[in-house]
Design a protein around this ligand. Sequence first.
Ligand SMILES: NC(=O)c1ccc[n+]([C@@H]2O[C@H](COP(=O)([O-])OP(=O)(O)OC[C@H]3O[C@@H](n4cnc5c(N)ncnc54)[C@H](OP(=O)(O)O)[C@@H]3O)[C@@H](O)[C@H]2O)c1
Length: 233
Amino acid sequence: MPCLFSLAPVLSRCMLSWPGSGGGQRLHSMKAIEMKIIVIGASGDIGGVVCAELSERHDIIKVGRDSGDIHADIADPASIKAMYRKAGKVDAVISAVGSVHFGPLSEFTQEQFMLGLNNKVMGQVNVVLAGLSQLNDGGSFTLTSGVLDRDPIRMGAGAATANGALGGFVVGAAIEMPRGLRINVVSPGLLEVSVERYGAWFPGHVPVSSRHVGLAYAKSVEGAITGQVIIVE
Ligand SMILES: NC(=O)c1ccc[n+]([C@@H]2O[C@H](COP(=O)([O-])OP(=O)(O)OC[C@H]3O[C@@H](n4cnc5c(N)ncnc54)[C@H](OP(=O)(O)O)[C@@H]3O)[C@@H](O)[C@H]2O)c1
């Protein structure tokens, strides 16, 4: 079957005839091309399902402060730059990290709000800024927010604020991405795998399938969308 064109690092596409159509209809078969992907937070609940989904098709570089192939702290811009130096050029960066403070609104301090804004928001923003020159043409960034800016829980105002900011960032950043780079943020509900840790904080929330969460990251990395908040619920 002649391959019509190839669009590394995204997908190769070959023209095929639809089975039994007598050649009247044609479709493209889509075969994932192996990518080199950084997963920050790979040892965590979300990072684990991301690696389970993508590691069979791609070369994964796992990152954490104390875990993984490369150690880096998203709270420290110098550490993020060192991570990129060690990893070399990559096709995609997935960030599945970010700390926020949980507490009653009436007791929240500015400093506690700033934890989410500095760590979860600016930590991931800095991963993008430092990575702009490190991604191969057509590469992608996939960040992580969460459900709490659309389906709030008590004590979650700090997380809701950070999640909303991340959604705004990807919309604004996507239109200025150079060299065909893309950017999205995955916003999952409480994962099935995290219910034991956090379920008591999320009364009435239906846990989301870990497999569906993994697929949302695959959609961002292997698909073509950009500037999207990919909701998983
Ligand atoms: N779990 C859920 O159900 C869920 C749902 C929606 C949104 N989220 C959001 O998704 C993010 C990840 O959640 P999670 O539950 O997967 O977390 P987790 O299980 O606690 O894992 C966190 C991971 O990130 C790494 N890490 C933590 N801080 C880091 C830093 N400053 N720099 C680099 N790596 C760091 C940790 O490894 P080291 O210890 O080695 O650093 C670990 O691999 C959070 O922002 C959370 O709000 C989670």
